[in-house]
Design a protein around this ligand. Structure first.
Ligand code: MSP
Length: 512
């Protein structure tokens, strides 16, 4: 079985500092990466910044900076954000790096040698904000301004010499790819959009620009820079040392298992990217998942709309793990969602503090007082103990499947239920009333400790640093995490010394 897993976030435009929408993509990708890691996969998790094109050139001009100096500054804030979000990424790629130039120019040369690219003239609409070409029927005019129907961003007329990629030629091959790989595009609703777009007829795609210079030069014609999306998409293989397809990274990790992206950039990933790859005789990625947007009110949060929420502010106020928990649990994955402070506070107070945090503190305090902070020897488990403990072994395969299908909602529901049921178990079993039945008392505490361990393992991809704090109780370290151990009801060794830990989650006073 192939035990390698390659997951990517979109690479972000460093045209302005990161906002909650970017944090969302990154946190979700980190969740999958961490789960696959503890499931036993070698994971390669990539993120980075997309630094060329007219959008960046104009943003730099506006700030009176040269583009590279401008990108250096803002890319740094994205890199810092990945630390702040506690991402487990293995690499952070910038499209202004040498390794990426080499990779893009090589891909271009192959496409040109294979006759997939030809020189002609582009005349049509272009949105700098989306870095996308739009046809006449994708444009509408509102109050005298022409804009793209899909994104609402304004478009400008472009007429210049341009290289074209023979996208039209790949229409049938793309449709076959979608058909053969049922889950190539998820969720299903998004797949349907892409299929009908491709079926409606693909036109050749303009893949170079002549009227500005901030990009990677076309190797065979210094007057042109390569279209920023052909440049950007290639990052996914640049990071694996493409064009050296014989090197370990590329061999282990290409084709990627999952390109996680926002639904706004589905066409680029699900149509253009596989077409470029097929044309270059390289394998297409295995899956593209287009997630929903974080909204502000009922519109997409974005810099151009001026309605952004700074993730750092939320993290400073409530902490990182509560934000991660909220985004994973409260935003129905695949759909759009909102950040509501009330709901975030309720996640902290009821799920994290009252259920899970409280369970940890009460079981620890009880073990400290009555069992000298040692894991007791359990007697036979009764049906109430087993009902809960066995839930994990019985659902192990389901949980793995949820993740393989990007079904975050079901994964989170399972955890929320187990936190609630485990807390209830401890209350209902009333170990404090069993002091004259040591065998039963020991079994209840053993069961409770096992439940804390199992839940913490499942929480690790969601709230890594809090889960690791909880696993400190048992001296379990990050490097040794192994998800399969949740199937074992007697993982904890009797007599193991356990540690007291600080309160995991402070409740938020609603009157604050
Ligand atoms: N640079 C391109 C991607 C190139 S990938 C080869 C780009 N950059 S972006 O910075 O504009 O957006 C990157 C991603 O951030 C979006 O696809 C989406 O995943 C995420 N989001 C940006 N705004 C968002 C929301 N308001 N909500 C959720 N995610 C959104 O597109």
């Amino acid at each position: 079985m192939n035990k390698n897993y390659y997951i990517t976030t979109p690479i972000y435009y460093p045209s302005a500092k990161p906002h909650m929408g970017h944090a969302y993509s990154s946190i979700i990708a980190d969740f999958f990466a961490r789960f696959k890691k503890i499931e036993g996969f070698n994971v390669f998790f990539l993120t980075g910044t997309d630094e060329h094109g007219l959008k960046i050139q104009r943003a730099a001009e506006k700030n009176n900076k040269n583009p590279l100096e401008f990108c250096d500054e803002i890319s740094k804030t994205f890199k810092e954000l990945s630390k702040t979000l506690n991402l487990s990424n293995n690499d952070f790629i910038r499209t202004t790096e040498k390794r990426h130039y080499k990779s893009v120019q090589n891909l271009w040369n192959i496409l040109e040698e294979k006759g997939e690219i030809y020189l002609s003239k582009y005349s049509g609409w272009y949105s700098v904000s989306d870095e996308a070409f739009y046809s006449e029927d994708e444009i509408e005019e509102i109050n005298g301004t022409k804009s793209a129907k899909l994104s609402g961003s304004s478009v400008e007329w472009v007429e210049e010499e341009s290289y074209f990629f023979k996208l039209s030629k790949w229409q049938d091959k793309l449709l076959q790819l979608y058909e053969k790989n049922e889950n190539f595009i998820l969720p299903k609703s998004r797949k349907n959009e892409v299929v009908s777009f491709v079926k409606s007829g693909l036109k050749d795609l303009s893949v170079s620009r002549k009227s500005f210079s901030w990009g990677i030069q076309v190797p065979t014609n210094k007057d042109h820079v390569i279209y920023v999306w052909l440049d950007a998409l290639t990052n996914y293989i640049s990071a694996l040392n493409y064009p050296d397809v014989g090197n370990d990274l590329y061999k282990k990790y290409w084709p990627a298992d999952l390109h996680l992206i926002g639904k706004d950039i589905l066409r680029f990933h699900a149509v253009y990217w596989p077409a470029f790859l097929l044309a270059a005789n390289l394998p297409a990625p295995k899956r593209i998942y287009g997630h929903g947007w974080i909204l502000s009110g009922d519109v997409k949060m974005s810099k151009s709309k001026g309605n952004i929420l700074d993730p750092i502010e939320i993290i400073n106020k409530f902490g990182l793990d509560p934000l991660r928990y909220y985004l994973l649990k409260e935003v129905s994955f695949g759909n759009d969602g909102n950040i509501s402070e009330d709901k975030l506070i309720s996640c902290i107070n009821s799920d994290l503090a009252n259920n899970f945090g409280n369970l940890c503190q009460r079981v620890l305090a009880f073990t400290d007082k009555n069992l000298d902070l040692e894991v007791p020897e359990p007697d036979n488990f009764n049906s109430e103990d087993l009902n809960l403990l066995d839930n994990f072994s019985k659902n192990y395969q389901n949980l793995v499947e949820f993740i393989n299908q990007q079904n975050i909602n079901s994964y989170m529901n399972f955890i929320v239920d187990q936190m609630f049921l485990s807390n209830k178990y401890f209350n209902d079993q009333e170990p404090w009333k069993k002091k004259d039945n040591r065998k039963r008392l020991n079994t209840i505490i053993y069961t409770s400790l096992e439940l804390i361990r199992k839940i913490s393992m499942l929480l690790y991809p969601v709230i890594p640093s809090s889960a690791l704090k909880a696993l400190d109780i048992f001296n379990i370290e990050e490097e040794s995490l192994n998800l399969e151990s949740i199937k074992n009801n007697k993982f904890l060794k009797p007599k193991l010394k356990i540690n007291k830990i600080n309160i995991l989650f402070n409740k938020v006073n609603v009157d604050d």
